[in-house]
Design a protein around this ligand. Structure first.
Ligand code: SF4
Length: 440
């Protein structure tokens, strides 16, 4: 028996209630299981029960064996004086509170349907990533939809918190925050580290003052990134050297802050080379738009795509790196790349704004936008597809990534609505737990 199953059984009151009594023989009724406490102190707070005719409000502590009370040294901790009920699997030792009174105990070992225990053992003993893989398509759609909705909200909160940290680092300036988040997202997967460092180092005031001069913005990006190499001698490279030297001197930048080691060229297709991505970012910046304003006020998917539409400078129309000519003339962002940028910058910014300003409509806007984007395709979404789960939008693919990483892999099936359904569906068909279990 594991404590997390006991938490689950108590939280959802999944045990036989017939002739419910404490081991001391007092009649017990549960009005409220209380709230699961993940911080220090007893496991459930604000619980409400009735013992004989007296109503009690307070905390509930859960243990496998009642003797764990002493093993965990709760008898020395005054936080545990407010415990009104000890819920245990096995009552192997009497527990006394400081005033000498006996702590009421509810023992569950004869009150839980064996099928639940068997299913739980199977779930937890399964080494596959998905314990529900053979049954997930038989679970009502609403269960998976609930699991995805809660995972998606979790994911958005995590992403929004990261944006809020950037917001604080910019002295609460949303436009600068939006630029930094967009800059980080331009690294995509291959160069997220490099673009993240660059986003932290770039001074927004310099961008603002020079955004109408494309070559200077490019020189600033390439210079700080450490990509302007002495060996490149073509006209464009010489211009970059000259402009960066000018900007470095004017704004006391301290030279290149990064080196080639910060960038990934190997393993990236030329279209993903950081040089080309930086040139594209320069194109986006030089549109002179207010990013945050556009993010907050755009109404259609077309408007959001437009944030990432730009004119690229002539050199990058024919090169993918300094001195290296490309065969194809592709230089704009693909639809998939624009959607990736929307998922990783626009949506977290909307969610962060909703959280910072307590304006739920922007959270809804983020969710609506995700729902209108195409589903992503990656190794994790393929795993869901292989189980027969169709993913119809980026809302679902983002949700399934979170669900997989933070629930399925961590075997948190008891807190997932799919896992809950699988654990209890058969026993709930049979009705409440049978009296026989109690008698045995
Ligand atoms: S957490 Fe939910 S979806 Fe994931 S494996 Fe467990 S039951 Fe299945």
């Amino acid at each position: 028996m594991k404590e997390d199953l006991l938490y689950h059984l108590w939280q959802y009151q999944k045990f036989a209630k017939h002739n419910l009594r404490t081991v001391q023989g007092d009649e017990l009724r549960v009005f409220s299981a209380g709230h699961l406490n993940t911080l220090a102190g007893p496991d459930f707070a604000y619980s409400k029960i009735m013992l004989n005719d007296v109503t009690w409000s307070g905390s509930v502590e859960i243990h496998v064996n009642s003797s764990d009370w002493y093993r965990h040294k709760h008898h020395l901790d005054e936080n545990y004086e407010k415990v009104i009920l000890h819920v245990v699997w096995n009552n192997d030792k009497e527990v006394k509170l400081r005033d000498g009174s006996l702590l009421p105990v509810l023992e569950l070992k004869n009150r839980v349907y064996p099928e639940i225990l068997e299913k739980y053992e199977k779930m937890m003993g399964d080494n596959h990533d998905f314990t529900c893989r053979n049954l997930i398509t038989k679970v009502p759609d609403i269960k998976l939809a609930n699991a995805f909705e809660s995972a998606l909200n979790e994911r958005l909160r995590t992403k929004a918190s990261k944006v809020s940290e950037v917001y604080k680092s910019t002295n609460q300036f949303w436009e600068e925050t939006a630029f930094k988040v967009i800059c980080s997202a331009f690294g995509f997967k291959v160069n997220s580290g490099g673009f993240g460092i660059l986003a932290e180092q770039l001074r927004y005031d310099i961008l603002q003052k020079n955004r109408d001069q494309r070559l200077k913005i490019e020189a600033l990006f390439f210079g700080l990134s450490g990509m302007i190499r002495e060996k490149n001698k073509d006209e464009y490279s010489e211009t970059m050297k000259r402009y960066f030297s000018f900007l470095d001197h004017k704004y006391s930048l301290g030279g290149s802050m990064m080196s080639e080691r910060d960038w990934n060229f190997f393993g990236a297709r030329p279209a993903n080379f950081p040089t080309l991505r930086l040139a594209q970012l320069a194109g986006v910046v030089c549109k002179s738009q207010l990013f945050f304003d556009a993010i907050l006020n755009s109404d259609s998917l077309k408007d959001y795509y437009a944030i990432f539409e730009f004119e690229i400078s002539d050199y990058w129309k024919s090169h993918y790196d300094f001195g290296k000519k490309k065969k194809s003339a592709t230089f704009s962002l693909s639809k998939a790349s624009k959607e990736n940028l929307i998922i990783n910058s626009v949506i977290p910014i909307l969610a962060a704004y909703a959280m910072e300003k307590d304006q739920h409509q922007y959270w809804e806007k983020a969710i609506d936008l995700l729902s209108s984007l195409s589903p992503e395709r990656n190794s994790i979404t393929k795993k869901w597809n292989a189980m027969g789960v169709e993913l119809g939008s980026a809302f679902e693919t983002q949700a399934c990534l979170e669900q997989y990483k933070h629930h399925c892999l961590e075997k948190k099936c008891l807190s997932c609505s799919v896992g809950y359904h699988l654990l209890h569906s058969h026993s709930s068909i049979k009705g409440n737990l049978s009296e026989e279990i109690v008698k045995n």
